[in-house]
Design a protein around this ligand. Sequence first.
Ligand code: C2E
Ligand code: MG
Ligand code: MG
Ligand code: MG
Length: 283
Amino acid sequence: QAKEAGRDQVRFFEPEMQARVEARFALEGDLRHAVERGELQMYLQPQVDAEGQIQAAEALMRWQHPQRGLVPPSHFIPVAEETGLILELGEWAMRETCRLLARAEAAGTPIRMAVNVSPRQFHRSGFIRRVRDILAETGADPTRLTMEVTEGLVIDRIHQTVATMSELRALGVHFSIDDFGTGYSSLAYLKRLPINELKIDKTFIQDAPSDPNDAALIDTILAVAAHLRLNVVAEGVETREQADFLTRRAPMLYQGYLFGRPEPAEGLLERLAAQQVMNSASS
Ligand code: C2E
Ligand code: MG
Ligand code: MG
Ligand code: MG
C-alpha cells in the first residue's frame, strides 16, 4: 500500500519538476546566445534631486526575447549568476553603459550613470584591467561612472574588496551600495570601504510614510550615511507622500516610477536635452 502511494507521489511530481527543469534549461540555452544575437539592451532610469532635476541615471538590463517577449531581470539574472553567464552579461552591461556615457557627453548632456556589478564579476581576476580596456575603448569619462554593488560582495573578502575598489577609485570611478539595509550591514565593514553612496532599498521606502518601523530604519540609514559622509539615493519612490517624507529628512536623490521608469536611452537623453534648454532659458 505504502509503496503504491509512494510511487503515485513520484509519478505526480515528476512531470511538473521535469517541466520546470526543461524550462530552466531552455532559458539558459537562449541566454547563452542573447548577447551575440543582440537581444539585450540597457535601459536608463533617472535619479532626480528635490527640484526634480535629473542628476544621474541607473542602467538596467533588458532582454527582448524573440518568442518570450521582454524577460525581466528577476528571471534571468539569477540564472546568469548560477551558470557564470553573468560574467559575459556583466561585461556587456559595463561596455554598453560606458558607450551611453560617451554618447551623452558627445550630445552635450554629460551625466553620471550607474551600472550594477555582480560579486562574481567584481572578484574575477582581471576585472580592473577589463574596466580599463572598456573605458579606453569607449572613451567614457570614468569620473561619471558609478558601480553599484551589494553588501554580499564583502563577505570574507574585505581585503580584496577594499583593494579592488581603491584601484578603481583612483581612476575616478564611484561606488554605491545597492539595496542597502537588506543584507549584512556591518558598520565596521562599511567604514573601511571606499564607497561614495548608499541606495536605500525600495522595500523600506514603500511603507515609510505610514510604518514607524520603516521610518526608523530610514532615519538610521540616513544617520549612518551622514556620519560616513555618503550620498544617498532612495530607490522605488512611487508616490508624492514617499517623496515628501524623504525630502523632510535629508538631501538625497530619488529614483522611482514617480519620476520616471527605466526606458530606452534615447528617452532619457531627450529629457536631459530638454532640461538643459529649460535651465539656460531661466538663468
Ligand atoms: P536594482 O539594481 O536594485 O535595480 C532597481 C530595480 O527597481 C529595477 O528593477 C527598477 O526597474 C526597479 N524600480 C525602480 N523604481 C521603481 C519603483 O518606483 N517601483 C518598483 N516597484 N520598482 C522600481 P529591474 O530593472 O527589474 O532590475 C532588477 C534587478 O536586476 C536589479 O535591482 C539588479 O539587481 C538586477 N540587474 C538589472 N540589470 C543588471 C545588470 O546589468 N547587471 C547585474 N549584475 N544585475 C542587474
Ligand atoms: Mg542597482
Ligand atoms: Mg537597488
Ligand atoms: Mg533593489
